[in-house]
Design a protein around this ligand. Structure first.
Ligand SMILES: C[S@@+](CC[C@H](N)C(=O)[O-])C[C@H]1O[C@@H](n2cnc3c(N)ncnc32)[C@H](O)[C@@H]1O
Length: 324
């Protein structure tokens, strides 16, 4: 769908640009907060898988900026927000950025160091792998991200704290629910209105962190493996029904001036600064200008390579464009 077309059809896509959010995902976190009051009393937060940064913007606007503008706020009282992603992000007021892989143990160590012995009140994770369209596969990779996030949670979250994580609904949802229930007294799976009904995503809202007595972080995977999968998920938590209200009124979609549809499509708030697809786009551009001819793709154990030929010469070039 083109930019103008999305602007017309999706109210949150357009509203995000009007309000200066980097992605429409901002509304998912805002709506989760409206329902669950997740920011109450929060001073320290970790935003996992944060790029391009709309959730970090929400954290900055809800927590950091109000504190900063308060006349008697001392630097020491300012909320601490640490955001992590594989991709770099443009800066956001009051947000410390860490570029790293949340499945890597060293990333957790970097986060812990930023908290300087203190614990976080809230951990949010909107992590998503590149979706393949194969639901079982996508759900599995997503569940690995949640487990990585849960590992970080067990190291940085204070007792009583909250954890919000994107999940993919599927056959293992009930297992995930039971695993999360080991650590939180309340777990709810929520589908905010701004999350498209066609998407299998939902959010686990986990409240009151209370790990089992004597729990040792090193035993996390061992403990999770012990949980059997119960059948049925609908009765486990409550689901906030989604109501398609991301569509704009008909007169805007129709777009005719007589109907009042004089919308103007808006530019993105903050395009990604180093998207993973950047090399592929540059090569495509070069191919369109006849500078290169794309020959074939190949895969070795670590990377995807694009092989190109320089027209009218015998020269070839190889470009790494991603990881499998
Ligand atoms: C849906 S986007 C997050 C959007 C973000 N919450 C926002 O509001 O702008 C998913 C992010 O997960 C990140 N991601 C996926 N796997 C990751 C990993 N292993 N470690 C860190 N980040 C990861 C991706 O780089 C991507 O930026």
């Amino acid at each position: 769908m083109g930019k103008a077309s999305k602007d017309k059809r999706d109210i949150y896509y357009r509203k995000a640009k009007e309000e200066g959010w980097r992605a429409r995902s901002a509304f998912k976190l805002l709506q989760i907060d409206e329902e669950f009051n997740i920011f109450e009393g929060v001073k320290r937060v970790v935003d996992l898988c944060a790029a391009p940064g709309s959730w970090s913007q929400v954290l900055s606007r809800k927590l950091y900026l109000p504190a900063k503008s308060s006349p008697d706020c001392r630097d020491i009282d300012l909320p601490l927000i640490v955001a992590i992603d594989l991709q770099p992000m443009a800066p956001i007021d009051g947000v410390i950025q860490v570029q790293g892989d949340i499945t890597n143990a060293r990333t957790a160590e970097v986060v812990i160091r930023h908290f300087d012995g203190c614990k976080a009140d809230l951990v949010v994770c909107d992590g998503a792998p590149d979706v393949t369209g194969l639901h079982d596969m996508d759900e599995f990779v997503q569940s690995q991200l949640i487990l990585a996030a849960l590992t970080i949670v067990t190291h940085v979250l204070r007792v009583g704290g909250k954890f919000i994580a994107k999940i993919f609904r599927g056959k293992d949802t009930s297992l995930l629910y039971c695993q999360l229930k080991l650590f939180f007294s309340h777990v709810t799976f929520a589908k905010p209105k701004s999350s498209r009904n066609s998407s299998i995503e939902a959010f686990a809202v986990c409240e009151n962190y209370s790990p089992p007595e004597g729990f040792n972080e090193k035993d996390l995977y061992h403990l999770l493996e012990k949980i059997g999968s119960p059948s049925g998920v609908e009765d486990l938590g409550f689901w906030i029904t989604s109501c398609f209200d991301y569509r704009l009124p008909k007169w805007v979609v129709g777009g005719s001036k007589q109907e009042g549809g004089s919308y103007k499509s808006l530019d993105p708030v903050q395009p990604p600064i180093a998207p993973p697809y950047k090399t592929a786009l540059e090569l495509k551009k070069a191919a369109n200008h006849g500078i290169l001819e794309i020959d074939k793709l190949s895969l070795n154990s670590d990377h995807i390579w694009l092989h190109c030929v320089i027209p009218n010469s015998k020269h070839t070039t190889q470009h790494q464009i991603g990881e499998p």
